[in-house]
Design a protein around this ligand. Structure first.
Ligand code: P6P
Length: 326
């Protein structure tokens, strides 16, 4: 039987990569993995709402039926609170950060989008959880806003879970990117995509082309070139799904600025930074059209930024066009 390496085994094996690691980061990754398994179970039965009950009602066991993104948020918070390794969290579902009192002196903070693309659940399109882990910079005691407003280059780990035809967890700790597929029959994430590397060139472009008229000239020229080159157009409308396809097959995913969204739509801290960390660790690039995403200054928890990410050849071309049009 081919040897199965579970996420837990892999994390413990790789802990040796961090000589001073005290196992706290490993514990956090395991906690996120656990929460993801439960979210996967709930997402996969979302279509059975008649059996599980309408949102806001009580299900057969008398539990309140929650919106899945609220459920995912609560699950991740509960899992991270139990871990004892996290002193605070920030998420798309909470206006401000949430200190964790019982582990207020812990070393790490976690930011996440608990269920990105959740509007796609009703039509059974893949959705995802995105997470970023930082070492706190404030002194011991309750975490501070500064712990969350760090540049993307300071991330100690980041990744995503894709709830698709299978559930996959992909993460990096700065030493490459590895992907794990959930085997529901044993309830384990198993190493399925070791050392993921994005193709240098790509022939798939993923941008909401319906917004073409409101894009800047450089982006319009880039889209024109993609069409002239005969590139394939793929756009799921779920960032984790579009970025994962880009990572595996090559190409470019972009959510540019537009007249309607001058700063773009996607959030820097818990969407763009973690996915850019993964993309760069897989040999790709991620930019806002002028600067590296991971070096953008964070001033607000929910700030947005334009993003172009994927195969270096394609990202470098849009950067060249931006420079020419500046
Ligand atoms: P649009 C989903 O709502 C999301 O936040 C991302 O997952 C996705 O990439 C983007 O919005 C899609 O936005 O404007 O193209 O529908």
């Amino acid at each position: 039987m081919q040897s199965i390496i579970s996420l837990d085994e892999f994390i413990i094996q790789r802990q040796k990569d961090f000589p001073y690691a005290t196992g706290e980061l490993s514990g956090l990754l395991r906690d996120i993995g656990l929460a993801s398994k439960i979210i996967s179970r709930e997402v996969n039965k979302a279509g059975l709402v008649d059996i599980t009950g309408q949102i806001g009602t009580q299900n057969a066991s008398g539990e309140a039926v929650q919106k899945l993104d609220v459920m995912a948020d609560n699950l991740l918070i509960a899992s991270l609170q139990n871990s004892g390794e996290c002193c605070g969290i920030a998420s798309e579902e909470n206006n401000t950060y949430v200190p964790i009192e019982k582990s207020k002196n812990a070393k790490y903070v976690v930011l996440f989008d608990p269920l990105d693309g959740s509007s796609n659940i009703d039509v059974n399109i893949s959705i995802g959880t995105i997470f970023a882990i930082y070492r706190r910079i404030s002194d011991d005691g309750a975490c501070q806003l500064e712990d969350f407003l760090q540049d993307g280059v300071e991330q100690v780990a980041a990744g995503y879970v894709l709830y698709g035809s299978s559930t996959m967890l992909i993460y990096t700790t700065g030493k490459g990117v590895n992907g794990f597929t959930l085997d529901p029959s044993i309830g384990e994430f198993c190493l399925s995509h070791p050392n993921i590397k994005i193709p240098q060139k790509g022939s798939i472009y993923s941008i909401n082309q319906s917004a073409y008229p409101s894009f800047d000239r450089a982006t319009q020229l880039f889209i024109d070139e993609c069409m002239e080159a005969g590139h394939r157009f793929r756009y799921v409308g779920s960032m984790v799904a579009d970025v994962h396809r880009t990572l595996i097959k090559g190409g470019i995913f972009a959510y540019p600025a537009s007249q309607k969204a001058p700063e773009g739509k996607l959030r820097l801290l818990y969407e763009c930074n973690p996915l850019s960390f993964v993309m760069e660790q897989a040999g790709g690039m991620a930019s806002n059209g002028k600067e590296r995403i991971l070096e953008l200054e964070a001033t607000q928890l929910h700030q947005r930024c334009p993003i172009y990410m994927g195969s270096p050849d394609m990202v470098e071309r849009i950067l060249q066009l931006q420079q020419e049009q500046a």
